[in-house]
Design a protein around this ligand. Structure first.
Ligand code: PBG
Length: 332
């Protein structure tokens, strides 16, 4: 007895057929390029663990953002590396601070650019945690003081919006951060500034290179008492639900590829735009393997974006954004 064989290969025969029947299509319009901005001028300091990425002073950041925009990427996400760090992260809400300065320079050079400001204290605190700390407990232990951190985050969001951000992206994982930021923005007449909440941000080992890039590895302990546990999926629904109630306009899953189930679940459950952050470690792994000649880096990067998009991400944040836009332009 013979079975009729289903001929799925018919529609895979040529590039034109494959493109024609593709279920999802990547677009440059979804891309976001993160940038690290530092003090000084004329500074372009390569980040060793993230080939192709640099710490840039405001002037170089504006030039780079312009090139990124011309390559077809409509948005940048800014992280600051201040000259000086302290216990409360004073640089975070300094109107003359590194990020505010970069926002103004990018806005001037490329008015149409969508500028997203990361709202967190870890790059600005000398202890490297994402908020201000509690007084030491009986055994000297300290942790992030949730409510004291909220005030600092709200102030940072207002300063970044004053400088010209279209969107602020709170990533400190402090409970209630979206609500206080929304209130502070409205109070400061920034009701049109949107909030992209890092709602499902996991305590991940894939952030390693970022911590080198932003010089913000925690001095003691880890971030597990505020970032999500990789073991949990349903909890992401609660995070997102609360952030939406508090006024988030869009939500993010971070990291990207190991969390495709979360992207897909959020896409099914909620109607707001879902962003996925293909983080520093994911980028670095591709670059490192490509350098050794073990994988095709461009193809792996492109496929990673395709998969995040297929899982349901509307917005794709990746250090390879400019590269992906170039590949799309070439008809990759
Ligand atoms: C916190 C923040 C981090 C990243 C983005 N925002 C670091 C962390 O939580 O430790 C990581 C991004 C990446 O790894 O690419 N401000």
């Amino acid at each position: 007895m013979s079975f009729p064989i289903e001929r799925l290969r018919r529609l895979r025969r040529t590039p034109a057929l494959r493109r024609w029947v593709a279920e999802t299509r990547l677009s440059r319009h979804s891309l976001v390029q993160p940038l690290f901005v530092c003090e000084g001028s004329g500074v372009d300091r390569p980040i060793v663990s993230m080939p192709g990425q640099s710490q840039l002073s405001f002037d170089r950041a504006a030039e780079r953002a312009k090139r990124i925009f011309e390559a077809g990427v409509p948005a940048v996400l800014l992280f600051g590396i201040p000259g000086e760090k302290d216990a409360i992260g004073s640089g975070a809400d300094d109107p003359e601070g590194v990020v505010a300065e970069a926002v103004r320079a990018i806005r001037q050079a490329t008015p149409e650019m969508i500028i997203i400001g990361d709202v967190c204290l870890c790059e600005f605190t000398d202890h490297g945690h994402c908020g201000v700390l509690t007084e030491p407990g009986p055994n000297g232990e300290r942790t992030v003081d949730n409510d004291a951190t909220l005030e600092r985050l709200a102030s940072e969001a207002v300063v970044l919006s004053d400088a010209g951000c279209d969107i602020v992206a709170p990533s400190a994982m402090a409970d209630g951060q979206v609500e206080v930021i929304r209130d502070a923005l409205d109070e400061a007449s920034h009701d049109s500034v949107a909030i992209l909440s890092y709602a499902a941000k996991y305590a991940s080992s894939f952030y390693g290179p970022f911590r080198e890039a932003a010089e913000c590895a925690p001095e003691f302990g880890d971030r597990k008492s505020y970032q999500m546990d990789p073991a949990n999926a349903r909890e992401a629904l609660r995070e997102v639900e609360l952030d939406l109630q508090e006024g988030a306009d869009m939500v993010m899953v971070k990291p990207g590829l190991p969390y495709l189930d979360i992207v897909s679940m959020l896409r099914d459950e909620f109607d707001v735009p879902v962003a996925a952050y293909h983080v520093s470690g994911e980028y670095a792994m591709i670059q490192a393997a490509a350098e050794k000649g073990w994988i095709d880096g461009d193809a792996a990067l492109f496929e990673s974006m395709q998969c995040l998009h297929r899982a349901g991400a509307d917005i794709l944040i990746t250090y390879g954004a400019e590269k992906v836009a170039e590949l799309l332009e070439k008809g990759f």
